[in-house]
Design a protein around this ligand. Structure first.
Ligand code: ATP
Ligand code: MG
Length: 415
C-alpha cells in the first residue's frame, strides 16, 4: 500500500465554506478600493532575493530567518516573496510616471515561521499601495479604506482596534535610535539575547520585542513621538485630524514600529480585541525611502497588507441555504436522457445554478437534493421519458408539478 502524501508543514488547503469567505473578502476588497480609483496588479511570486534584503532589511526576522531562497541553476538568488510591497515598489521604480500610482493586489506570501493557529508558512494577503506623493490625506485615505473594508465584511467596530504611531523621517529615526540605544545600554544585562544583538545594528527593532522582560524595560524608554522634528509632528497631527473628523477611532501606540525596516512617518495596525495569539489583522505605513533603496529613483509611498486567513477567522458569512436560492438539481435515470435535452439547454442559456446527476435510483436523487440544499429538482425518469414528461419539484414548498417536455419553459417556472 502506498502512503498518503501530506501537506508541506505550515501550508493549508482552502476549501468549502472557508473558500467562500476567502472569495468574499477578495471581492469586497477590490470593490471598495476600485471606488477610490485603485487599479489591480499581479506581480510574480518569485523575485530576486536582493529585492527583499535591500527593501525589507537584512536584520529583520523575515529576511534573516524566514525567507525561502535558492540559487537558481547556479545563476541567481531567487526567493518566494515574503510580502508584496517590495515587488510593487520594484514595479513602481520602473513604471511610475507622475501623479499617484494607486495599486491593489492579493496573493500568497511565504515565510518560514513556526506554524501556529493563524500563522502559516504559505499565507495570503490583500495589499494596497499609493505611490508617488506624500500627503496626510493619502495616509488617511488608506486607513479609511481599511475601516470601510471591515464594515463591508460585517466586522463591527467593537471587534477591532486601530493602533497608530509616527516613526518620523529617517533623520528623526537616526537621532531617536541614538537616544534609545543610550537608554537601553544601561539594561544590557537584562535584555533578551535577540534585543542585545539588535542594540548596535538596529535598536528601533527592540521596540517590537515580544519578550516580557524587554517590555518591562521599554516602559520607561524615551518615546519616538517626543523626539520628532516639528515637520514630522505637524504631518502626524494632520493625519490625526483627518481621522478624528471622520470619526475613526485610534489609539496612539509609541512602541508600534512594525516588523520591516522601510517604514517612516505614519505606521498603523488593526488588531482584533479578541484574545487571540495572532491578533494583527492588517498593518502598514508610509515608506518614503523604500524605492530609493532598490532603485535610482526617489518616490514616496504608503500601503497596508491584511492577512486573509486572519480576516477569514474574524468574519461570518450568510449560511449556505440562503445563498443556494434557486439551485436546481437536474436529475435523470439514464445518461441517454441528457442528449439533446431542451431543458438542459435552457439551464445553460439562462445560467441557472445547477448540477446534473444520473442515477437509476430515484430515492437517491431526492436524498442528494435534500442533503445539498437544492431548491428545485427537475426529474426525468423512465416513466417520464415514456410519456414525454418532466417533474418539477419545489423542495422548499414541497409542491410538485408535471409538464410536457416539449412545452416546458424554465424561465416561466423559476425566476
Ligand atoms: P505578526 O506580528 O503576526 O508576525 P507581521 O508584522 O509579521 O505580523 P506583516 O508583515 O505586517 O505581519 O503582514 C501583514 C499581515 O499579514 C499581518 O497583519 C497578518 O495578518 C498577516 N500575516 C503575517 N504573517 C503571517 C503568517 N505567517 N500567517 C498568516 N498571516 C500572516
Ligand atoms: Mg511576523
Amino acid at each position: 500500500m502506498k502512503n498518503n502524501i501530506n501537506l508541506v508543514k505550515g501550508t493549508h488547503d482552502i476549501y468549502g465554506a472557508e473558500m467562500e469567505k476567502f472569495e468574499f473578502i477578495i471581492e469586497s476588497f477590490y470593490s471598495v478600493c476600485k471606488k477610490f480609483n485603485f487599479q489591480s496588479i499581479q506581480t510574480p511570486i518569485i523575485e530576486q532575493q536582493e529585492l527583499f534584503s535591500r527593501a525589507v532589511g537584512e536584520q529583520t526576522d523575515i529576511v534573516s530567518k524566514e525567507m525561502y531562497s535558492f540559487l537558481d541553476k547556479g545563476e541567481i538568488n531567487i526567493c518566494l516573496r515574503p510580502e508584496a510591497t517590495s515587488g510593487l515598489a520594484r514595479f513602481a521604480a520602473s513604471n511610475y510616471q507622475s501623479g499617484l500610482m494607486k495599486l491593489v493586489t492579493h496573493g500568497p506570501m511565504f515565510r518560514r515561521e513556526r506554524p501556529q493557529k493563524g500563522r502559516y508558512r504559505q499565507f495570503h494577503q490583500i495589499n494596497i499601495e499609493t505611490i508617488g506623493e506624500k500627503s496626510p490625506y493619502i495616509d488617511f485615505e488608506l486607513i479609511l479604506l481599511a475601516g470601510l473594508l471591515f464594515n463591508e465584511l460585517g466586522v463591527s467596530k467593537n471587534k477591532y482596534k486601530l493602533l497608530l504611531n509616527s516613526l518620523g523621517s529617517k533623520e528623526d529615526q537616526l537621532s531617536y535610535s541614538k537616544l534609545l540605544k543610550k537608554y537601553l545600554s544601561d539594561f544590557k544585562n537584562q535584555l533578551s539575547e535577540t534585543s542585545i544583538s539588535r542594540l548596535d545594528k538596529n535598536p528601533l527593532r527592540i521596540l517590537d520585542s515580544k519578550d516580557p522582560e524587554d517590555n518591562e524595560i521599554l516602559k520607561n524608554a524615551p518615546k519616538i513621538s517626543e523626539h520628532l522634528s516639528t515637520e514630522s509632528k505637524n504631518y502626524f497631527e494632520q493625519v490625526k485630524k483627518l481621522l478624528n473628523s471622520n470619526e475613526i477611532e485610534f489609539i496612539e501606540e509609541p512602541k508600534l514600529v512594525r516588523g520591516l525596516d522601510y517604514y517612516s512617518h505614519t505606521a498603523f495596525e488593526f488588531q482584533t480585541i479578541e484574545d487571540k495569539r495572532q491578533n494583527a489583522i492588517l498593518a502598514g505605513g508610509r515608506y518614503d525611502k523604500l524605492i530609493s533603496m532598490i532603485s535610482s529613483r526617489d518616490i514616496p509611498g504608503i500601503g497596508w497588507a491584511a492577512g486573509l486567513e486572519r480576516l477569514m477567522d474574524l468574519i461570518t458569512i450568510e449560511d449556505e441555504k440562503s445563498k443556494s436560492k434557486n439551485k436546481i438539481l437536474f436529475a435523470v435515470q439514464d445518461e441517454t436522457y441528457l442528449i439533446n435535452n431542451r431543458i438542459l439547454k435552457q439551464i445553460y442559456n439562462f445560467k441557472y445554478n445547477h448540477e446534473v446527476r444520473v442515477n437509476k435510483n430515484i430515492k437517491k436523487l431526492f436524498s442528494y437534493a435534500d442533503k445539498n440544499n437544492f431548491s428545485f429538482i427537475i426529474l426525468i425518469g423512465e416513466e417520464e421519458i415514456n410519456s414525454n414528461k418532466i417533474i418539477l419539484k419545489d423542495l422548499k414548498n414541497k409542491s410538485q408539478q408535471t409538464f410536457e417536455i416539449s412545452k416546458f419553459e424554465l424561465k416561466n417556472e423559476i425566476r
